[in-house]
Design a protein around this ligand. Structure first.
Ligand SMILES: CC(C)(COP(=O)(O)OP(=O)(O)OC[C@H]1O[C@@H](n2cnc3c(N)ncnc32)[C@H](O)[C@@H]1OP(=O)(O)O)[C@@H](O)C(=O)NCCC(=O)NCCS
Length: 99
């Protein structure tokens, strides 16, 4: 997992992004993902961010449940953004307000 600027623009310097969150299959379901998200939030706050964003596939029920439980809200949907196994899947933008 990485926490990085959502954009390389001074005008968006207050927005950090969580990217590449993943827990090894054998360690899933034990709270590791939740703790990683907590750590991401702490890093973003330390950097002075006002917002923490991420993108998740609409079909990723597990990840979406984790993000919703952590307070992230859906702010946008990129319709049919990916073609996966012959099926178009939406990409969902979620964000956490840090103010
Ligand atoms: C999504 C992922 C990071 C979650 O990590 P994890 O360590 O398994 O999650 P946790 O054990 O911390 O669970 C936290 C929350 O996730 C949700 N969750 C976990 N397992 C779930 C399941 N089997 N079904 C539905 N929701 C689930 C719940 O909201 C859970 O909260 P709860 O424990 O209060 O019920 C992990 O499943 C993963 O690496 N998946 C593959 C990669 C991926 O999809 N990454 C996200 C890309 S956007």
């Amino acid at each position: 997992m990485r926490v990085r600027p959502a954009m390389r623009l001074d005008s968006a310097a207050h927005v950090q992004e969580v990217a590449g969150l993943a827990v090894a299959p054998e360690a899933q379901g034990r709270g590791v993902g939740r703790r990683l998200l907590d750590a991401a939030r702490s890093v973003a706050v330390e950097r002075g961010a006002r917002r923490l964003t991420l993108r998740v596939l609409s079909t990723n029920v597990r990840a979406r449940a984790l993000y919703a439980a952590a307070g992230y809200q859906v702010e946008g949907v990129l319709k049919e953004h990916f073609l996966l196994d012959g099926r178009y899947v939406d990409d969902v933008l979620m964000a956490l307000d840090l103010t």
